[in-house]
Design a protein around this ligand. Structure first.
Ligand code: NI
Length: 255
């Protein structure tokens, strides 16, 4: 029933027990997982997982933290991979002004190139945005990202930013931080997002939801995000699981 839209199951944190983590996700009601490969190291292992498991799909792209390493050959590689039957989108791409690992202008250029590629191959894009709300929206607008749409992943911005993304055909996805007691803004924003544009995710192994905050995250924990989202919208858990899964299937064109 649950559609987990953002995982990093190929991360080294899962090297000891990856298949058990995947099995536990199934036991927790996860029907589909979109796993994200975001640089030269993680894309091959991400694809291997998607090829091994029916219910695991892949999204591939270049993370803003690794932007300085992306070459034109990498961009051509992404274009080739966009034709892979299990690749559903491009990303995660965007801007990260928190970690200072790639210069801002390089991040912006790599972000723009990937949006242009997404429009060329007609795939939705997954957006990583850390402390860069205004610049992310500006680039999405200038590069006409509305043509392909996509996901604002683990959204942490204001309602104003969410509204601008919604107007450009984006879905708003929430992860573990939605379950934190002090997460006033994410809860308020999630309450305002139209039901047919909501998504849930874990971003595992990072951003673990309550009651496991501080421990390693895993895809099965997306159920805690779904529970919280159901509470926020005054729906049952089953209704919210169904709604968010339908949204994800529509966005990723799985029907
Ligand atoms: Ni991620």
């Amino acid at each position: 029933m649950l559609f987990e839209t953002h995982a990093h199951l190929n991360a080294p944190e899962f090297d000891e027990d990856r298949e058990e983590v995947i099995a536990r996700a199934r036991e927790n009601g996860v029907s589909t997982i979109v796993n994200i490969g975001f640089n030269a190291e993680t894309i091959p292992t991400c694809l291997q997982l998607a090829e091994k498991h029916d219910f695991i799909y892949a999204v591939v792209g270049w993370h803003p933290q690794d932007a300085k390493d992306m070459t034109d050959e990498h961009l051509e590689w992404l274009e080739e991979l966009s034709r892979h039957p299990k690749v559903l989108g491009l990303g995660e791409m965007g801007l990260d002004y928190y970690w200072d690992t790639s210069p801002k202008d390089v991040q912006a250029e790599v972000f723009r190139k990937q949006i242009r590629l997404a429009r060329k191959v007609n795939l939705p894009i997954i957006i990583h945005n850390r402390d860069a709300h205004q610049d992310v929206i500006t680039i999405l607008r200038e590069e006409k990202a509305a043509e392909v749409g996509g996901i604002m992943h683990c959204f942490s911005g204001s309602w104003e930013t969410a509204k601008m993304a919604l107007d450009m055909n984006f879905y708003i996805s929430f992860g573990g931080p939605l379950t934190f007691k002090n997460a006033k803004q994410p809860k308020e924003v999630a309450a305002k997002v139209p039901l047919d544009r909501l998504l849930i995710e874990t971003d595992c192994p990072y951003l673990t939801p309550h009651p496991f905050r501080g421990k390693r995250n895993e895809s099965g924990y997306v159920r805690y995000v779904c529970e919280e989202m159901a509470n926020i919208h005054g729906m049952t858990y089953e209704e919210m699981a169904k709604q968010t899964a339908e949204n994800a299937r529509r966005l990723f064109r799985l029907d």
